[in-house]
Design a binder for this molecule. Structure first.
Ligand code: SAM
Length: 215
């Protein structure tokens, strides 16, 4: 899985153009920001050091409205659900109370410990909600027929490529706040910062396949 995400990243970087307007200014600003970010992330985001810079996503809890919108897009669905970057577990707890068997993947060990203690405290058994301290980019997600993610705009295209490679045709992907570029969505609820999108993998595969075969 590690290899496949690296291949996806290499493919993407071939398509990106670099800004060459002010090379010295750009390089020194970049180095300064990278240094400051590195020092901050060492303390604020334990476990992040092994993740490539372009894929790092910090912790920002979803709001009540964002969680409700994601749950609305899961209506009528059942089965296994993976929350990619589960934070304090709020989405996993909401989905497990709606009957899903949930796994929250989270890289930050403090948030994993918090989520596990909360599950014990409120009496949610591991068959309904499990929290795994794992980098989801290096995890095979093919057993999940529901995937939720609240991440960052810069990673959504790479995420889409990974999910298209791994998920079964009957899987639904729900993303909060940042849509997956170029994917045709099945439905969407909310607006502005609270908007969420649902995608059905079978439909996305056939629609993108049709577009690519026309090119
Ligand atoms: C924007 S927060 C969303 C948290 C939570 N899903 C919610 O809705 O409140 C993104 C979360 O993803 C986690 N994360 C980022 N990259 C990750 C990775 N590669 N593997 C696992 N977790 C990751 C971060 O630590 C953070 O908790």
């Amino acid at each position: 899985m590690e290899d496949s995400i690296e291949v996806i990243l290499q493919d993407q970087s071939r398509h990106h153009h670099h800004n060459r307007d002010h090379p010295v200014l750009t390089a020194s600003t970049g180095a300064l920001l990278t240094g400051l970010y590195g020092i901050w992330s060492l303390f604020a985001m334990p476990g992040f050091r092994k993740i490539p810079c372009s894929l790092k996503v910090p912790y920002l809890p979803s709001s009540k409205d964002q969680t409700l919108n994601i749950m609305r897009l899961l209506e009528g669905r059942t089965g296994h659900l993976a929350d990619l970057g589960s934070g304090d577990g709020r989405l996993v707890f909401a989905a497990s109370s709606a009957g899903f068997q949930c796994t929250g993947f989270e890289i930050n060990s403090l948030l994993v410990a918090y989520s596990r203690s909360k599950a014990l405290w409120i009496g949610v058994p591991p068959s309904q909600a499990t929290f795994v301290k794992k980098d989801f980019w290096k995890t095979d997600l093919s057993i999940y027929n529901n995937v939720t993610a609240f991440l960052a705009p810069g990673v959504m295209e790479v995420l889409g490529d990974k999910l298209l490679k791994e998920l079964p045709d009957d899987a639904r992907v729900i993303v909060c706040r940042f849509p997956i570029p170029h994917w045709p969505h099945h439905s969407s609820v909310g607006s502005g910062l609270d908007q969420s999108w649902a995608y059905d993998i079978g439909t996305v595969r056939s629609r993108l396949g049709t577009i690519q075969s026309r090119d």
